[in-house]
Write a protein that binds this ligand. Structure first.
Ligand SMILES: NC(=O)c1ccc[n+]([C@@H]2O[C@H](COP(=O)([O-])OP(=O)(O)OC[C@H]3O[C@@H](n4cnc5c(N)ncnc54)[C@H](O)[C@@H]3O)[C@@H](O)[C@H]2O)c1
Length: 380
């Protein structure tokens, strides 16, 4: 097995999810590459050292630029807030490193275009962590659609609902709360949550042509953790938009952090001429499937428990009937990236796919400002 030396930046939620994936992937998948946890980079040396000890990283850095200068780092993994992605990724590409970047690819599409140009001119392998493409039940949905089981698709309906920012006393900005600060996040639920829904939707049902959106910021001012001052809130707290897919399907997308009772309710439903599909992140190992061609007396929604060896990824895990969860989507993504490297068939979503999603989110935010339908730019 060839060693692949990882330099990861950021040790928060995604730093942990990715580290877990690198550690497990070779235990469950037969691969030609083995990730080596070479370096963790974070600005606070004590915290970086504690993380390195806990997860088994060989070294620490406190400035990500140092990682780019190191010959013993092959791949840069960007697990930092959205406003840092472009600068780090462009520097990594110029240093000839492979890059795995968290989503959304950038603060906006113009920034993402520069990142795509950088990886293309450096010819470095790249990928964006839209991990929901790697949930076995979502992959099963993709297989059913690609096999034509649904027939022509009429409707796509996606939601991503949370409730963690309802309290008006919650500050914005800084550690843990950077998602409320537009300078760090780029946007609110549109770039954070709907970006996931859009990536999955375009993977399953093709490109989106046009959108019509509304957004709202329910709490207009919040204290900023870093400045200590009450500042205007620049993010969208909620967003709902209509979309037309290039294949003629109509879609609705909705996201909010103000849906009391919901923590991470990502759902999608797809209605085709023969069959429908429904998926729910809270029950991520199941796919709901209705096929009109079933015999009438027993026709109904089936709840498919995606845990059998002939279902996507499942032969690599336990025995039929035993399900897997959220963290495994990241293990699968690493496995697919490493397989793509070995076979010279790059895994996706790559930076161009990330840019395609940024084009949609930019059009959504523009439509919310103009009150008009907006066309979505296509990746060349
Ligand atoms: N794929 C997913 O499902 C998913 C889920 C959550 C977050 N994300 C994305 O992952 C990224 C990180 O989110 P998170 O939830 O892990 O955030 P987090 O706040 O938990 O962690 C961010 C980390 O980045 C570090 N950091 C910030 N600026 C830095 C800098 N200049 N140099 C080095 N380290 C720096 C912080 O100290 C922290 O360790 C975001 O882009 C987010 O949108 C993706």
């Amino acid at each position: 097995m060839k060693k692949l030396n990882i330099g990861i930046i950021g040790y928060g939620f995604m730093g942990r999810a990715h580290s877990n994936a690198y550690r497990k992937v070779n235990n469950f998948f037969d691969l030609k590459y083995q990730p080596v946890l070479k370096a963790i980079c974070a600005r606070n040396a004590d915290n970086a050292k504690a993380f390195a000890d806990k997860w088994g990283y060989e070294s620490i850095e406190t400035d990500w630029r140092k990682l780019m200068e190191r010959d013993d780092i092959d791949l840069i993994d960007i697990c930092t807030p959205n406003n840092t992605h472009a600068e780090i990724a462009i520097a990594a590409a110029q240093a000839g490193k492979m890059i795995l970047c968290e989503k959304p690819l950038a603060l906006n599409a113009p920034e993402a275009e520069k990142m795509v140009a950088a990886v293309e001119s450096a010819k470095v392998p790249n990928m964006v962590w839209y991990n929901y493409r790697r949930c076995p039940a979502v992959v099963l949905a993709k297989q059913l659609i690609d096999e034509g089981k649904l027939g022509r698709i009429f409707h796509y309906r996606a939601k991503f609902l949370q409730d963690w920012t309802i309290n008006p006393d919650l500050p914005q900005g800084g550690a843990a709360l950077w998602r409320l600060d537009v300078k760090a996040a780029g946007s609110g639920v549109t770039g954070d949550l709907l970006a996931h829904c859009i990536d999955t939707a375009m993977w399953l049902n093709g490109t989106i042509d046009s959108v019509s959106a509304m957004t709202e910021t329910f709490i207009k001012e919040r204290k900023h953790q870093l400045t200590g001052k009450v500042e205007k809130v620049g993010i969208d707290d909620a967003c709902a938009f209509l979309a037309r897919f290039s294949n003629g399907a109509l879609a609705t997308f909705e996201s909010t952090r103000y849906a009391r009772g919901h923590k991470a309710l990502y759902t999608f439903e797809i209605n085709g001429e023969h069959a429908s599909i429904f998926w729910d992140l809270h029950d991520l190992h199941r796919l709901q499937y209705f096929d009109h061609r079933d015999e009438g007396r027993v026709r109904g929604w089936r709840s498919i428990h995606v845990s059998d060896g002939d279902q996507p990824y499942m032969k690599n895990w336990w025995v039929p009937g035993l399900q897997i969860g959220y963290e495994h989507s990241f293990v699968h993504q690493v496995a697919d990236f490493l397989t793509g490297l070995a076979e010279r068939k790059p895994a996706r979503p790559d930076f161009k796919d990330g840019l395609a999603t940024d084009y949609v989110t930019d059009a959504v935010l523009k439509s919310a400002r103009t009150g008009q339908w907006e066309k979505v730019k296509k990746v060349k």
